[in-house]
Design a protein around this ligand. Structure first.
Ligand code: TTP
Ligand code: MG
Length: 362
């Protein structure tokens, strides 16, 4: 079975951070709004409203440059907690209609709706309903792309922006890709685009002319992907990981332990194991909870939530020491210890938190 029998929807919020700011501040509406660092800092533009894009401003541009392009723009500091909330809202809407969801970032996800039976199996009507729910619930607009694979669904969502609903059918896919400039191929980065231009490959049609061995010679492992997408094929599945709430590890001792230093050591080890598991799942945690079962089977937990993600690199010893403060460690013997990490986010969204420093104007 080839990829043409699937139905994939790609949803992407329009000017996400900026749209949230315009929603929450009526004075910003219909105005060029830039979310990110202030122009007098070394910060960058996280995103900007469509009004600002008319001036040539875009994500990752230095704020000082954006200011030169549009001095009357309104510069706003990001409010990540609000974006996170909106992101959780839209994900809960996806879950209403679809089991197979692959979130790509806070504002974007692929949905595999091939087995959808709602709306007589129409992916387009389903996407429209999701857009409506998003608007009703968050007062923000999303664009949806519908096609038979991820590559084309993503291109389709871009094509309709803002507030778009754009379908690329299996009949249209091949021709659509042929006309597409290489720079608009998602998955072809700047450097590869340049290489392709040097080779005279400017559009999908040009790319399609190049035999696979030649592509392999120039692009190695990625060649097969380029070869496929030039024909409108993309076999990548929608990777739907079940969204976990927490990751925990615990251990019961053969003999109860009493020495506080030993308790620390075990907790450190458990925490390292939990953090490694997180890393493998591409997640980060903001809450650490420890669990202690005393020799008499009394179970207590102590938790702490941090603004920054809990990582292997941080001072976990101090954190554990704090958590152990109000416990009976040293007095009562312990038969079980556990640690649990929760407040989980995927690593990409947590990157936005880290970017915060860049955005700070001070
Ligand atoms: P995008 O979906 O790439 O952009 P957007 O939603 O602002 O605009 P569009 O209508 O074109 O989809 O990114 C989503 C959010 O991620 C964006 O609002 C801000 C943040 N972001 C950054 O912080 N840095 C970046 O370099 C990019 C590209 C996005
Ligand atoms: Mg977006």
């Amino acid at each position: 079975m080839d990829g043409s029998s699937r139905k994939i929807v790609h949803i992407d919020m329009d000017a996400f951070f900026a749209a949230v700011e315009q929603r929450d501040n009526p004075a910003y509406r219909n105005k060029p709004v830039i979310v990110g660092g202030k122009p007098d800092s070394r910060g960058v533009v996280a995103t900007c409203s469509y009004e600002a894009r008319k001036f040539g401003i875009h994500s990752a541009m230095p704020s000082s440059h954006a200011y030169r392009l549009c001095p009357q723009a309104i510069f706003v500091n990001p409010r990540f907690a609000v974006y996170q909330e909106a992101s959780e809202n839209i994900r809960s809407i996806f879950r209403r209609y679809c089991e197979y969801i692959e979130p790509l970032s806070l504002d974007e996800a692929y949905l595999d709706v091939s087995s959808n039976i709602l709306f007589q199996g129409s992916a387009t009507l389903l996407a429209r309903q999701i857009k409506q729910d998003i608007h009703r619930q968050t007062r923000l607009t999303a664009s949806a792309g519908i096609s038979y694979n991820k590559f084309l669904a993503k291109i389709a969502s871009d094509r309709g922006k803002p507030d778009g609903l754009y379908l690329i059918t299996p009949q249209q896919g091949g021709e659509f890709v042929e006309r597409l400039p290489i720079g608009q191929f998602h998955g072809i980065g700047r450097a590869t685009e340049k290489r392709m231009h040097e080779l005279g490959i400017l559009t999908g049609k040009d790319l399609k002319q190049i035999p696979l061995p030649v592509l392999q010679q120039h692009f190695g492992k990625a060649a097969q992907f380029y070869f496929d997408i030039a024909r409108g094929f993309d076999h990548r599945p929608v990777n739907c990981q079940r969204i976990r709430k927490s990751i925990g590890v615990e251990t019961t001792f053969d003999e109860d332990i009493s020495d506080p230093a030993t308790v620390y050591r075990h907790l450190q080890q458990l925490l390292q194991i939990a953090l490694t598991k997180l890393l493998e799942k591409n997640l980060v945690a903001h809450t650490l909870t420890i669990k202690i079962k005393y020799h008499n089977f009394v179970l207590i937990t102590r938790g702490r939530t941090l603004r920054n993600a809990i990582t292997t690199g941080m001072d976990t010893q101090t954190l554990l020491a704090e958590l152990l403060k109000n416990t009976a460690i040293g007095e009562k013997k312990v038969r079980l210890l556990g640690v649990s990490l929760s407040g989980l986010h995927n690593r990409e969204s947590s990157l936005f938190y880290r970017q915060m420093d860049l955005f700070d104007s001070t």
